[in-house]
Design a protein around this ligand. Structure first.
Ligand code: SF4
Ligand code: SF4
Length: 285
């Protein structure tokens, strides 16, 4: 029917107006309850999660509290516990970044050997599209998305090309910005460390058991008799003589072997004939 869409639109506007009025009526007495003071007469408004109306924020004096999942440009994590950058300069984030706005220079020692840390790290915030691919692919939880969106400047270069010092934040800052995600990561890390510790312990126990088994076997084995030097020399002489005799016996020619075989056969034949003659005599034939 003609005009239905118009009526629907007005209905939505009216709904929001009433909800806003309702929300305002409830929160006006303590609109700033739970808000965070930023100094300079600025504050972050803690807008109730279940609010349905359209609360007006007096920006820039007031800012809305951002949800945890909000992301703007990346930041690099400085691990305060280990007192080092988490970034190992592996370069994965730079490879996966769709607009290619990350540059990394790997650090090296005095001999030119590459180190697992970056000496320079740049992100061009004018090109970054806040996709968070770099965060998803980083294997070391070294890069995360910052909530700071107030980056307006007059010139793109150099202000919007952030270097390592500008990008780096302490771990506590990240934990405060992303509390749920941080806790999940820490739980996972603790579980992995615990698993590795258990595996190491089992490995050490298996090794100790093997060593103990070998020690028991060694203790059970009969001890070799101790011989004096003169006895050992005598033994060596006897063995040498034995070997010599064996080689002399086994060292004859093929003709000698054949003759010995023939003599043996004749001996056996003669013995058999002798036994047959004896049996005949015994039977009286
Ligand atoms: S931020 Fe992560 S992915 Fe990027 S270079 Fe550093 S460790 Fe590698
Ligand atoms: S958020 Fe996306 S565009 Fe920005 S630096 Fe990371 S990967 Fe590149």
């Amino acid at each position: 029917m003609f005009g239905t869409g118009l009526l629907k639109g007005l209905g939505v506007t009216l709904k929001h107006a009433l909800e806003t009025f309702d929300d305002d009526r409830e929160s006006v007495p303590d609109r700033y309850r739970g808000s965070l003071e930023l100094g300079n007469n600025r504050r972050v408004i803690q807008q109730p999660i279940d609010q349905e109306g359209l609360l007006t924020i007096q920006y820039p004096e007031e800012k809305r509290l951002l949800p945890e999942r909000f992301r703007y440009i990346p930041m690099l994590i400085w691990d305060s516990e280990k007192d080092e950058d988490r970034c190992t300069a592996c370069g994965i984030c730079a490879k996966v970044c769709p607009p290619q706005c990350i540059w990394i220079v790997r650090d090296s020692d005095e001999n030119g050997k590459p180190l697992t840390r970056a000496s320079e790290f740049y992100i061009d915030a004018a090109v970054c599209m806040s996709c968070s691919f770099c965060v998803e692919f980083c294997p070391f939880d070294a890069i995360k998305m910052n909530h700071d969106y107030e980056l307006a400047v007059y010139d793109r270069y150099p202000q919007l090309v952030y270097d390592m010092a500008e990008l780096t934040v302490p771990l506590e800052y990240y934990a405060a910005l992303w509390p749920t995600q941080f806790e999940e990561e820490e739980t996972r890390r603790r579980e992995e460390e615990e698993k590795k510790r258990r595996q190491d312990e089992e490995k050490a126990a298996r090794l100790a058991a093997k060593q103990a088994e070998a020690a028991v076997k060694q203790a059970d084995a009969p001890a070799a008799p101790k011989r004096s030097a003169a006895e050992l020399q005598q033994l060596a002489r006897e063995r040498a003589a034995q070997r010599q005799a064996q080689s002399a016996d086994g060292g004859g020619s093929d003709d000698d072997d054949a003759a010995a075989k023939k003599a043996r056969m004749e001996e056996l034949k003669r013995k058999a004939q002798e036994r047959a003659r004896q049996r005949k005599l015994e039977s009286g034939e």
